[in-house]
Design a protein around this ligand. Structure first.
Ligand SMILES: Cc1cc2nc3c(=O)[nH]c(=O)nc-3n(C[C@H](O)[C@H](O)[C@H](O)COP(=O)(O)O)c2cc1C
Length: 319
């Protein structure tokens, strides 16, 4: 089974990916969080830095674009080609209200004819292979067959399917039934959505024996050793997680991130990693309440000292 690390805006940027690839090798591909160019193809310097090859040593990376038209996609794709990339991903899944209102991300799914026209222009002129990361629809999985008809017209490098519609955001029940329709596509298809434990992957494989690719997001951010565990390797240890944590904190600081921003960035990770410390709510909340770097580091050290790590459950939503 090929396994990809999902793009996670706010978390899986270059420093995270480099360290992850070094400490937890075996991820077949990392998809970068989206670059969002304006209509002229201009985008933030930080987004470019994130995909520079020298920032991604040891990482097999596919950059992703969030657009509502072919022109900015093609403009950025040419820049990515100059950097040496051979594949670029189109985001047709982002559910954010402001993104969807601009007909970007999952907003592209509401008008299959416009999506078709956009893909026709992209595939006619893009110098790179193009993959797509989609949802099942905008309001309903019943839209998926029509969307698949559109995708099937193009030689996609890969279609990753997050098995929810946009309105389901990240919380609705994953619709594994609807995903089945994608399996006879003439290009590689990758499953995405709520794979948090080896048992969940095994159940999916039993259901779809021909499926050979899956993408992991929140489960992998919760447990950086999840890829290894899914392949039958050792579960995450507390020592490994602490080392990963400490080296990531150090990498942000060395990279020039101010100490208080480093604390904020690390606290975002704890929304996920708290799942590894069942019964440790009090110690995790103490971490989340800190503001200064020394306080933060002391609270994290206390958490690791006081609460045993248990990686068996994977990510779970607090709500
Ligand atoms: C905080 C956060 C940021 C995300 N950023 C992106 C992104 O930049 N591009 C994208 O295609 N999907 C993004 N996603 C969606 C994930 O890549 C993935 O499709 C989703 O989390 C479902 O997979 P999972 O159940 O394994 O987490 C994001 C999701 C979350 C929760």
């Amino acid at each position: 089974m090929e396994l990809s690390f999902a793009p996670m805006e706010g978390i899986t940027y270059a420093a995270y990916r480099r360290l992850h690839a070094e400490m937890f090798p075996g991820v077949d591909r990392y998809c970068a969080p989206f670059i969002a160019p304006d209509s002229a193809g201009n985008f933030k310097a930080g987004s470019l830095r994130d995909v520079l090859p020298e920032e991604n040593t040891g990482v097999r990376l596919v950059p992703q674009l969030l657009v509502n038209a072919a022109a900015p996609f093609l403009a950025v794709a040419r820049e990515l080609q100059a950097l040496g990339y051979t594949e670029v991903n189109l985001n047709t899944g982002c559910p954010s209200g402001t993104v969807v209102a601009k007909h970007k991300g999952a907003g592209m799914l509401g008008d299959p004819a416009a999506l078709d026209a956009c893909l026709a222009e992209i595939f006619a002129r893009c110098p790179l292979r193009v993959s797509v990361k989609t949802r099942l629809g905008l309001h309903s999985a019943a839209e998926f067959p029509q969307l698949l008809e559109v995708y099937r017209r193009y030689p996609l490098a890969r279609l990753t399917v997050h098995v929810r519609h946009r309105d389901g955001m990240y919380r609705s029940e994953p619709d594994r039934e609807a995903f089945a329709a994608a399996l006879d596509c003439p290009f590689p298809v990758e499953y995405n959505g709520n794979l948090f434990t080896p048992a969940e992957l095994a159940a999916l494989q039993a259901r779809y024996p021909k499926l050979d690719a899956a993408m992991l997001g929140r489960g992998a951010v919760t447990n950086p050793a999840l890829f290894r565990a899914l392949r039958g390797g050792a579960p995450l240890s507390a020592g490994e997680l602490k080392e990963f944590h400490d080296r990531l904190t150090a990498a942000y600081l060395v990279g020039g991130l101010a100490p208080n921003y480093t604390v904020s960035r690390m606290k975002e990770l704890w929304f996920y990693q708290r799942c590894l410390f069942p019964g440790g709510e009090r110690a995790v909340n103490a971490v989340l309440k800190t503001k200064s770097l020394p306080d933060y580091q002391a609270a994290v050290a206390a958490l690791f000292r006081q609460v045993p790590l248990d990686a068996s459950q994977g990510f779970f939503d607090p709500a």
